[in-house]
Design a protein around this ligand. Sequence first.
Ligand code: GLU
Length: 400
Amino acid sequence: MGFVDLENLAKYIEFPDAAMEVLGQPQRQTIMSLRLKLSETESISAKAYVVYHSLLRGPAKGGIRMAPDVTLEHTAHLAELMTWKTALMKLPFGGGKSGIAIDPQPLTHFIKASFLRDWIMQTRLDLEKGIYVPAPDMGTGPSDMAVIFGETHIPECVTGKPIGVGGLPGRLEATGRGVATTSRLAAEQILQRPLNELTVAIQGFGNVGSFAALFCHEMGFKVVAVNDIRGGIHNPEGFDVPRLMRHVAETRSVVGFPGDSISGEELLHLPVDVLIPAAMGDVIHQKNANQIQAKIIVEAANGPVTQEADAILNDRGVQTVPDILANAGGVSASYVEWHHSKSGGMTTKQQVLDNLDALMTDAWNRTRAAQERCKCDLRTAAQLVSAEELISSLRDRNWI
Ligand code: GLU
């Protein structure tokens, strides 16, 4: 069975058994061995996993994760989330993900690119046919996507490219922008207080966390705590986030920026209004869920709250904006990039971000309407909206 609790959804809507069967398992899973010889005595190798959870609504869409601990099961979980995310956003995509089980940190750009070429060689047919359209995820970024473009010369076969090679202005900021927009909507509608009275803590200051911080700051929130793998900082008055971003650009860490130092666990337990986990999965779990004091959690990362923690938080009345909604800005901008890459169209960053705000607001409104109708938590509501899309697509394709 899959990771989304389909039995739970069937309590609220008519969920055909055949739909459960299709959506409850990945459509295709591939395990590959990658290898690169560096010299007569040295080589690097890694397992890689490519999972297409669903090709129902279009090409499998989803990023390439490079991390030492990725497994087939983990990749399948992330691919499944993409199916639910793209359907929630009404995008003509299915859900996929790749995991390459290697730590990219010590690799030079040249070695990483050469290693990625082995992955491209083994995935090439699907990339060229448009069956799978990758993008960045943890451990990969625009320059890696440029390598994929360079190997295929098909602009629409990958998204998240650098702007200079057919990338979309605003794609880099898009996930963080969507996180900030859903945080604002949640604050306005759930907490019903002015944003400049509300505090935010953000775990992780990579691409998603840093832009979420910037846009939250621009919207008026007080960003009072941030961290990264080297440490964390806290300032109850709120940070000057543009200055903090310049500090990070220069020193590669939030550490050293004025503020009290704070541990990762302390950050999660702060009495803030909004907590944004923007780093890894499973960081809020059974053991720390009771210590969370935030009123709203916005899942910028994929799967930061475990199922056990979710139940505890729901009981305690903490509302969680689920990953498939909160971080859907990235794949939504990917859709725009894919579309422009196919058609040759061009756009501006402002147009992309305005369009994204509208898409995120629409998905938020549909999720809130489902929550109202079904009297359920936001995760279940978002999944219900998505399930209705998916079940209707299954009927359209005559799969059920
Ligand atoms: N890796 C991002 C995600 O998890 C973006 C995927 C994409 O743009 O295809 O949503």
